[in-house]
Design a protein around this ligand. Structure first.
Ligand SMILES: Cc1cc2nc3c(=O)[nH]c(=O)nc-3n(C[C@H](O)[C@H](O)[C@H](O)COP(=O)(O)OP(=O)(O)OC[C@H]3O[C@@H](n4cnc5c(N)ncnc54)[C@H](O)[C@@H]3O)c2cc1C
Length: 395
């Protein structure tokens, strides 16, 4: 007689990747390219827009205040280009990114110094020269702009689609509409979904905003905070403002705690995207309900104030609003590590609203960790042990 406790067997794999966002899909792609029998599991039917990796635009750039991210971007640009060549698909539109800030702002200075050290092709403009180049964008006295000429805009929807096709083409299996309910650690990991149970030598967990509750039963309480981000699109009220809007990141420009970034991405003809790089804590399963325990972040009001002051040619009321999820760590650095007790469970999480551009290199690192290899990067900034001693941590 069949054991009712035991689910229908879905088979045995070299590796299972849990979560088919950009990080999980890239990890699965690298594993399949290494001839590993790989299963990619996704709770929603693909494609979907309920996580962090959907849409039509993500900024890719070399510019970072930290050397370790800049070093990773060299390989990431290379791997994005490789994927374009492999699939014959254009995934990236080059366009300079302007980092805007006050000259004395420590973070702005870090951007400039790191870009200089890594010889990123760039240009520096004061407020007046910037206004001549981009009429309609009003920087204030003492503010300046430094460009990253390697930057561009990626198309996430297209990237995920071609990547999942490539994964299948390399022998990988995708099971979507199949939520993972439980992970049973062991020399062979068992993954139990609503429909079946699977086994694998290793498991890569890339579950985005859902990662925390999946790992808690394994004794790992990572400080991951899902945030609801409001994506705002704006229309011009002064003709010509839109075509001249550069891709930019403003560092504390209006005294704002978090960055404001913008791009004329073409997501919606006649509109530009300008967003606040922060949001409100939510449960990813009910993103409409805000967490009552904290004061709401007035993200849209912060953007209205910014647009009125810096881009007066735009209508200061957003024409369209959409939602997306970030999963933030306290230091906004990623988590790329083994589970501290179960070495064959590898975790890629906490991409804190800046992980898309790193997808190819993050995927490769997760693939290497799951195969027991040592990646060529110093992973110290991404280790779980940095959270040791935090109140909820049981590492
Ligand atoms: C509005 C916005 C703008 C951004 N802009 C940029 C940018 O310009 N540049 C940049 O580099 N980055 C940017 N980012 C960040 C980047 O998009 C994210 O860091 C990245 O997409 C995170 O990918 P992920 O794979 O970790 O998460 P996700 O894409 O959320 O993938 C996780 C997947 O796991 C699945 N899953 C979860 N639980 C289960 C389960 N139990 N069973 C099965 N499946 C499960 C989910 O359904 C989901 O599909 C932006 C993000 C947002 C929201």
């Amino acid at each position: 007689m069949a054991n009712p406790e035991k689910g229908i067997s879905g088979g045995c794999y070299d590796a299972i990747v849990l979560g088919a966002g950009i990080q999980g899909t890239f990890a699965a792609y690298h594993l399949a390219k290494r001839q590993k029998k790989t299963l990619l599991l996704e709770q929603f039917l693909l494609p979907h827009s309920r996580g962090s990796s959907h849409g039509l635009s993500r900024i890719i750039r070399s510019a970072y205040p930290q050397d370790y991210y800049m070093a990773m971007m060299v390989e990431s640009f290379h791997l994005w280009a490789q994927l374009e060549a492999e699939t014959g698909t254009k995934l990236y539109r080059p366009t300079p990114l302007w980092v805007l800030g006050r000259q004395e702002n420590p973070e702005f200075q870090s951007y400039r110094k790191t870009m200089e050290r890594h010889r990123v092709p760039s240009e520096t403009l004061g407020a007046e020269a910037f206004a001549q180049r981009f009429p309609g964008f009003h920087l204030c006295g003492g503010e300046m702009a430094v460009s990253d000429r390697t930057a561009g805009v990626l198309c996430p929807d297209k990237a995920l689609q071609v990547l999942q096709d490539q994964f299948r083409g390399n022998g990988g299996t995708v099971c979507d509409g199949e939520k993972v309910l439980r992970i049973v650690p062991g020399t062979v990991v068992t993954v139990i979904t609503q429909k079946r149970e699977y086994q694998a030598k290793s498991l890569v967990v890339t579950a985005g905003a859902w990662t925390g509750p999946l790992l808690a039963p394994l004794g790992l309480h990572l400080p991951l905070q899902p945030l609801r981000i409001t994506i705002c699109y704006w229309k011009e009220n002064r003709p010509g403002t839109l075509e001249k809007l550069p891709c930019f990141i403003g560092i504390n420009l209006n005294g704002d705690k978090h960055h404001i970034y913008g791009l004329s991405a073409g997501d919606y003809p006649g509109l530009v995207k300008i967003c606040y790089h922060h949001g409100n804590p939510v449960d990813p399963d009910s993103p409409d309900r805000l967490n009552q325990s904290s004061l709401p972040v007035p993200d849209v009001q912060i953007l209205r104030d910014f647009v009125s002051k810096y881009l007066p040619g735009l209508d200061p009321e957003p024409a369209l609003q959409e939602r997306c999820l970030y999963t933030n760590t306290p230091d906004e650095d990623f988590v790329l590590d083994h589970h501290p007790r179960f070495r064959n469970i590898v975790i890629g999480a906490g991409f804190s609203g800046h992980g898309f551009k790193f997808g190819p290199v993050v995927g490769r690192i997760l693939c290497q960790l799951s195969l027991g290899e040592t990646p060529s990067y110093d992973l110290a900034p991404f280790r779980i042990s940095r959270f040791l001693g935090r109140p909820k941590s049981t590492l």
